[in-house]
Design a protein around this ligand. Sequence first.
Ligand SMILES: Cc1cc2nc3c(=O)[nH]c(=O)nc-3n(C[C@H](O)[C@H](O)[C@H](O)COP(=O)(O)OP(=O)(O)OC[C@H]3O[C@@H](n4cnc5c(N)ncnc54)[C@H](O)[C@@H]3O)c2cc1C
Length: 171
Amino acid sequence: MPNANRALIIGGGVAGPVLALFLRRAGFAPEIFEATSGPTAAGGALGLAPNGMNVLAAADLVEQVRDAGVTASKWMFENQAGKVLAWCPAGDPARHGQPTVMIGRADLHRVLVEQVQEEGIPMHFNKSFVSLSDTPGKSVVAQFSQPFTTFPAYLSGVSVGRSSSAMLLTR
Ligand SMILES: Cc1cc2nc3c(=O)[nH]c(=O)nc-3n(C[C@H](O)[C@H](O)[C@H](O)COP(=O)(O)OP(=O)(O)OC[C@H]3O[C@@H](n4cnc5c(N)ncnc54)[C@H](O)[C@@H]3O)c2cc1C
């Protein structure tokens, strides 16, 4: 997409790759900049509730995520002796569209990174975002360390929501 608006996504954890997939579908040319040196094995298990799975379904990731995880029908709370203290349904696929899926964070990350790479979205590792300089009339420059590099871009918007990933929209 040579003429598409570029979107620099800072952070290639869980949110960054998913954001990149949606931006690609919306006609942008996203690029991900991740501080770590590669996909990480860090993190325990995540429970992806039906609302989260519906987001992944919109990104065509349901099959890969379900294959890498385990579908759960209920949440159970037990004491040390194994006595069930309480339980509740984990969501009804017929009602909510998708089931709850338990998955290791590393497995989820692998699925997301593979999909990003399959769709040809550049993902740069060892790129730790440091700062942004925005001089009126000039291109915005995003600065990264490890090693220190600069990345010129035109800034048309910045979005930092509740997620720890940040996005710079560029053109
Ligand atoms: C203990 C725990 C349990 C959880 N359990 C669940 C659960 O069961 N179900 C669920 O849905 N959610 C769960 N969550 C929440 C879920 O992990 C987060 O919502 C999700 O990881 C947020 O995604 P993210 O991409 O914003 O952040 P992260 O996944 O943390 O990714 C941020 C990325 O940004 C990179 N980064 C940071 N600074 C820079 C920089 N300066 N430059 C470049 N890259 C940078 C980091 O290296 C990292 O890869 C849990 C969270 C915790 C802590």
